[in-house]
Design a protein around this ligand. Structure first.
Ligand code: 6PG
Length: 255
């Protein structure tokens, strides 16, 4: 079966190990470039399982070379659970990266999850971002890391959810179809103002969602990740062969 050539922004690698290695090298380079250009790097971390190995590589192979005291770590989304809950994105990042590198404590900005009303927590995190990014109409993260769900969601932008229409707030409460349902998420305008957005996608379970998300006629209601296309930013999809199966050898291609 002939394989198509793919655009520069779609990097297909063998497996999770190679995905983590090449993406970690790219993240390290992005951090170096940001710090060289502006003296800092504002990074929005992804949650879920896929980025774990990449974070571990940043904390080991790249630990010494990276200027951690000029890096600020934020989060693209969070499950609305206590910070020490095993499902917390903050806890996962803390265990794999944040506790293992010399990041000043005030450079780590977890999304607050202790407020009774998670709508207040969303407003609180927006204030935190505004303190950091100042009066910019939108924050411009130097690098955003994102995953892809099997239903085409990214961060906590789930299909057919009202948060997909948010065009004013930087941070919004969201509802997931699975527990923990309450989430906090950065919104489309924030992601699409980023200087760099790197998706990390691994495994055959994501093949259908990836195919939907990369279609030119993709609709964000069906595959919210499809609408992450920063007009003035670098977008790269780092995917492994299993996740790319549907785009390499599309099932509905003429035989
Ligand atoms: C989360 C993430 C979510 C994740 C995807 C992929 O809070 O779970 O923000 O968007 O990136 O669901 O998750 P996996 O990497 O675990 O497959």
């Amino acid at each position: 079966m002939p394989t198509r050539s793919f655009p520069r922004w779609l990097r297909i690698v063998a497996d999770m190990d190679e995905l983590s290695q090449v993406a970690a090298a790219a993240v390290a380079q992005a951090i170096h470039e940001s710090v060289a250009a502006t003296g800092k790097c504002r990074l929005a971390l992804a949650g879920g399982l896929t980025p774990r190995q990449l974070y571990q590589l940043l904390a080991t192979r790249y630990h010494r070379e990276l200027p951690w005291n000029q890096v600020h770590c934020f989060f693209g989304d969070e499950r609305y659970v206590p910070a020490d809950d095993p499902r917390s994105n903050y806890r996962m990042a803390k265990e794999t990266l944040l506790d293992k590198v010399h990041l000043p404590r005030n450079h780590v900005h977890p999304m607050p999850t202790a407020e009774a009303d998670y709508r207040h927590a969303a407003a609180q995190y927006e204030s935190t971002l505004r303190e950091h990014f100042g009066d910019d109409p939108w924050p411009r993260f130097d690098l955003v890391l994102l995953g892809l769900g099997e239903d085409g969601h990214t961060a906590s932008l789930f299909p057919h959810s009202t948060v997909l229409e948010e065009r004013v707030h930087w941070v919004a409460p969201a509802l997931a179809p699975a527990e923990p349902q309450r989430r906090l998420t950065l919104t489309y305008p924030v992601f699409n103002h980023a200087a760099r957005v790197y998706f990390l996608v691994s495994g055959g379970g994501k093949a259908r969602a990836l195919k939907l998300a990369l279609r030119d006629d993709a609709h964000y209601e069906m595959a919210p990740a499809a609408a992450i296309r920063p007009p003035e930013g670098e977008l790269v999809w780092w995917v492994d062969e299993a996740a790319a199966m549907e785009i390499r050898y599309p099932k509905d291609a003429p035989q």
